[in-house]
Write a protein that binds this ligand. Structure first.
Ligand code: AMP
Ligand code: ZN
Length: 669
């Protein structure tokens, strides 16, 4: 008994650590929160019964760590950041209430109820009303520095308003991504062949850690603060302090509620069980906090949790249904995505017929068999997914679901690249969904912006043999279109005009339109700026590509591969017969005084705002990076810069320059 308990404790500790890593660092959880919490509970119980076997670094005693970068900077929190003990049952809320009352030796307690936002937590330091530093939760003791990124988040003020804010405090909050932003981001990622994020939480956490804060700004993150940490509180009620924070300009949720007793707490929980579905972002429960800050102090913390708060978590809704079949979809990049076809079932108000399966690993992890009875869940994800299989109900000789080996559209054997979870159909020039997808991408608004060519029309042009690749578009004649049943004179002429108009589309958009894997809009711009012409880019070596800021191995490899493919070279030769833009427009070009040197800006400056300085760097051919590394060329330092940054720059031997030095560099002063 004891021996097997010891074994199980070790096993659970190991598993939970791996799940923490998947969740907080990789942003790719493989089990649901509910399953995770179940494992954690089991470990807690075992450790309770057999404390002698509990590991010193047990996941029950430590918050899951999101610390990732060796390279990026870390900083200690002034006050530790904790996790929250959580529960899925109302009974346990009664226990919590009883513990609190006993701990305080009183009979009535006022609670504050808040939404439990499902995002990534941050800790922001304000000094004299100015935002000084932002950190991720990290391991609870120290976090990754993400100050520049946090500054791009709408609603986080750089300067507080009013006069009565405390001189210095840390404030904790959650950074979130709204559903519509998430869907837009994923659509963009799919379009350039990047793996979409599994849910808004992962997207938010991943975005917070991007190295380029301009990219972060585009991600449209939002934030709600919910907790102050400081030496002495200016008043006793957490609720009232948060209302004050609102007046100081900090983003505080409008859905906070002060409950006179546990019954009111329960009512709030019930109310939000339904209401949460109409929020534009995800919440996964309700956080209940003792309202009096003095009482909070009195109760204190365990190693991992505050004793004055608990999270009531809503169970993600699940439904049981039958797997009818698995079909395989081929995208523009040739990526093959398995989709489960299900017996229709009701789930959170909608009928679910299909669920995404992502890739082969996912199918294997679930151990999915033909005809299985499966659990589907709609968690943060927009598309429901299969989270479990009811093995007990499995038909006797059911076979495991096998991944296809040939393309369902064209029959070509599929390939799987090293380090990639997805299968691809390599038949780029003969596989219909890939061809149609590529043409649609080329004509899309952000690329060549050719009007009038939707899915159906492109498909028809392909089937009639009129357009088999993007170069064929430019050969298309007015009469070709008019002969097709769908076209009247006007619509045919419009398309021809729009195709001609695309001659003038700037080079970077043409490059994006080619649909090179991993070359999205931003990467296309970067490449265009750096190489200046398609001819230069075509002969760039793998190493040369990697010299470009923000171009990593994956992109470099993909670009080289693209231009090594004879089919693509043929295509480009044909495009070159038309007066398209194969070079960067000189007028658009920026001066290159700074010659791609990388700058980190920190602190406050006398003459220019940081945004102005950043723009000046860009316009003069330099690059802005958000964190110091050995690759940084200059630290542009202003007033009030963090001592750690200064120290790090010195350690790495990075020249530290003032605003004046910088202006001299540009020849402005
Ligand atoms: P867990 O992720 O289960 O460890 O739960 C703790 C986390 O919940 C905290 O670290 C916060 O990031 C998050 N959280 C979300 N909303 C709130 C809230 N209103 N109050 C406190 N923590 C919250
Ligand atoms: Zn194919």
């Amino acid at each position: 008994m004891a021996n097997s308990a010891k074994q199980r404790i070790e096993e659970l500790s190991k598993q939970l650590k791996q799940h923490n890593h998947n969740y907080y660092v990789l942003n790719k959880p493989v089990i649901s929160d509910f399953e995770y919490d179940k494992l954690l509970k089991e470990l807690e119980q075992l450790e309770g019964a057999f404390p002698q076997y509990a590991l010193p670094d047990s996941p029950t005693k430590q918050v899951g760590s999101d610390l990732a970068s060796e390279e990026g900077m870390q900083f200690a929190h002034r006050f530790s950041m904790y996790s929250l003990s959580n529960t899925y049952s109302v009974d346990e809320l009664n226990d919590f209430d009883a513990r609190v009352k006993k701990g305080l030796g009183i009979k009535t307690v006022t609670y504050t109820c808040e939404l439990k936002f499902d995002g990534a937590s941050i800790n922001v330091l304000y000094k004299d009303g100015k935002m000084v530093r932002a950190l991720t939760r990290g391991d609870g003791k120290k976090g990754d520095v993400i100050t520049e990124n946090a500054k791009t988040i709408k609603g986080i003020p750089l300067q507080l308003s009013g006069l009565d804010y405390p001189a210095e405090f840390e404030i904790r909050g959650e950074v979130l991504m709204e559903h519509r932003t998430f869907e837009r981001l994923n659509a963009e990622r799919e379009e350039i062949g990047e793996q979409p994020f599994a849910n808004p939480r992962n997207a938010a956490a991943g975005s917070l850690k991007l190295l380029n804060s301009e990219e972060v700004a585009k991600r449209g993150l939002i934030c709600f603060f919910y907790y102050f940490a400081m030496e002495r509180y200016p008043l006793d009620s957490h609720y009232e302090l948060m209302q004050k924070a609102k007046a100081w300009g900090l983003p505080i949720s409008e859905y906070m509620f002060r409950a006179k007793n546990l019954d009111e707490v329960k009512q709030f929980i019930t109310k939000w069980e339904e209401k949460r579905k109409s929020l534009p972002y995800d919440i996964d429960g309700i956080v209940i906090k003792v309202d009096s800050l003095r009482q909070q102090d009195e109760l204190g913390f365990t190693a991992k949790f505050p004793r004055w708060a608990v999270a009531y978590k809503y169970k993600a809704e699940r439904a049981l249904t039958k797997l009818l079949s698995v079909s395989f979809q081929v995208g523009r990049t040739g990526a093959v995505t398995p989709v489960a076809n299900l017996e229709p079932v009701q789930l959170s108000g909608t009928t679910v017929r299909r669920a995404s399966l992502h890739n082969e690993d996912q199918i294997n992890q679930l151990g999915l068999h033909e005809g299985d009875i499966v659990f589907v869940e709609k968690g943060g994800e927009i598309i429901p997914k299969i989270v479990d299989v009811d093995e007990a109900q499995r038909p006797k000789d059911a076979k495991p679901v096998a991944f296809i080996t040939t393309c369902p559209e064209c029959g070509t054997p599929l390939v799987k690249k090293e380090n990639e979870a997805r299968h691809y159909c390599p038949n780029e020039t003969g596989c219909k969904p890939q061809i149609v997808g590529k043409i649609l991408h080329f004509v899309s608004r952000k690329a060549m912006d050719i009007d009038g060519l939707g899915d159906e029309i492109v498909e028809m042009l392909y089937e009639k043999g009129l357009v088999k690749n993007i170069a064929d578009l430019y050969q298309l004649q007015y009469n070709d279109l008019l002969n097709l049943e769908r076209f009247a004179e006007k619509s045919a002429q419009n398309i021809i005009d729009s195709i001609k108009k695309s001659y003038a589309v700037p080079f970077e958009r043409l490059l994006f339109g080619l649909g090179i894997r991993f070359v999205g809009e931003t990467v296309a711009k970067t490449l265009a700026k750096y190489f200046k012409s398609l001819d230069n880019l075509m002969v760039a070596s793998y190493d040369q590509l990697q010299e470009v800021h923000e171009i990593g191995e994956t992109i470099a490899k993909s670009v080289v591969e693209y231009f090594n493919n004879p089919e693509n070279l043929k295509l480009i030769a044909r495009l070159k017969q038309y007066p398209l833009q194969f070079e960067l427009d000189e007028n658009q070009q920026t001066k290159n005084i700074l010659n791609n040197k990388k700058f980190v800006i920190s602190g406050v400056f006398a003459n220019h705002s940081r945004e102005e300085l950043k723009k000046m760097i860009e316009q003069n051919g330099g690059k802005n990076v958000s964190s110091l590394s050995a690759k940084t060329d200059y630290l542009l330092a202003g007033e009030n810069m963090g001592p750690a940054k200064l120290e790090k720059a010195k350690k790495l031997n990075i020249p530290i320059i003032s605003e004046d030095d910088f202006l001299k560099m540009l020849g402005v002063e």
